[in-house]
Ligand binder design. Structure first.
Ligand code: UFG
Length: 325
């Protein structure tokens, strides 16, 4: 297949481009490098450009007859989305419509969308399945849900087929050590703990010890980046063969508290570091765990790296090699 990976210079997109390429597919990455890295594009062709720019999109779609588009280019910080909602609605929603309109103009019918557990908001129940009510509590989650809703209408109007994959907590790194997670600023738990372990950071803060969980810290479902990517590849292959539009929640179905993640990292790295108990971070639900039964049964998707020690080990190898400690 010929696949356009939008946002392929970022964390998830760069791992996806590698997997597609290694599986024999032709990959073109389109990325504006606002948060991605040129040196993360190691597989396929690269075009620097923004999805807000219709002329770039027309050039890209005219130069290659794509079988499908995977869209990873979005802003991802929940806290920032509350302070600057326009940034999130403009890029994550409005610019995505621009991309979809270009697909319609060039008759490209298959779209894989990076969605998020944030579309569900404060959960009514866990684990969260696809039927769970969608009540996002921040502009980030709303911007992603709005794309999911728009996709239903693009399908009716234009026959554009889509799979929306709602990630829980993506973590880990390429097992070959070629690619990993690099956000600036970093806000995610696993890389922040690893930075504390490597000495790049003085301490790790636990945001809240008074949640209604077993140890009082928040519980999340960490899924290896390679397993996320394998779900995308299976979903795309089925979509191109005519499976029709689908929505899946992607996680391992195992919840780990912040304190448990810190303990796992201590074991994996054999390092000790300072741990601080801090205030709650606004907007954090106590527990987010996925029910991925549908993805497992319909996609025959089986996560390969569902052990948090392995997830954090791969991320640690990246931290050690890339940041040279
Ligand atoms: N946390 C800490 N200390 C830190 C950083 C995070 O205790 O220094 C806690 C958070 O409060 C949260 C947990 O660790 O309870 C995980 O936080 P992350 O920021 O790593 O991940 P989130 O669960 O907040 O966010 C992830 C994705 C978002 C997505 C969201 C969906 O990164 O893009 O899941 O709920 F929106």
């Amino acid at each position: 297949m010929k696949i356009l990976v939008v946002g392929g210079a970022g964390y998830i997109g760069s791992h996806m481009a590698k997997m597609l390429s290694k599986s024999g597919h032709h990959v073109v990455t389109l990325d504006n490098l606002s948060t991605g890295y040129r040196d993360a594009v190691k597989y396929g062709e690269f075009v620097e450009g923004d999805i807000a720019d219709s002329s770039i999109l027309d050039q890209v779609f005219s130069s290659t007859r794509f079988d499908g588009v995977m869209h990873f280019a979005s802003y991802i910080e929940v806290g920032e989305s509350v302070i600057d909602p326009g940034k999130y609605f403009r890029n994550n929603f409005s610019n995505t419509l621009n991309l979809l309109d270009a697909m319609v103009r060039h008759d490209v019918k298959n779209f894989i969308f990076s969605s998020t557990a944030a579309i569900f908001g404060e959960p009514d129940y866990v684990p969260i399945d696809e039927k769970h009510p969608k009540k996002p509590i921040n502009p980030y989650g709303k911007s992603k849900l709005m794309v999911e809703q728009a996709l239903e209408d693009y399908e009716k109007a234009h026959g554009l087929q889509s799979v929306c994959l709602r990630y829980f907590n993506a973590a880990g790194a390429d097992p070959d050590g070629e690619l990993g997670e690099r956000h600036n600023p970093e806000t995610h738990l696993v890389p922040l703990i690893l930075q504390a372990a490597s000495g790049r950071r003085d301490a790790i803060s636990i945001f809240g010890r008074d949640y209604s969980t077993a140890d009082g810290s928040c519980v999340r479902d960490y899924i290896h980046i390679v397993d996320l990517c394998s779900a995308h590849l299976i979903a795309l292959t089925k979509l191109v063969k005519g499976s029709g539009s689908k929505r899946y929640n992607l996680g391992n179905g195992n919840g780990f508290s912040v304190i448990e993640v810190i303990e796992v990292v201590k074991k994996v790295t054999s390092r000790s570091f300072n741990v601080i108990e801090a205030e709650r971070r606004p907007g954090d639900p106590a527990t987010l765990v996925a029910d991925s039964t549908l993805a497992r049964s319909e996609l025959n998707w089986v996560p390969e790296y569902d052990d948090l020690s392995v997830i954090t080990q791969h991320a640690w190898e990246w931290e050690m090699s890339h940041f040279n400690h």
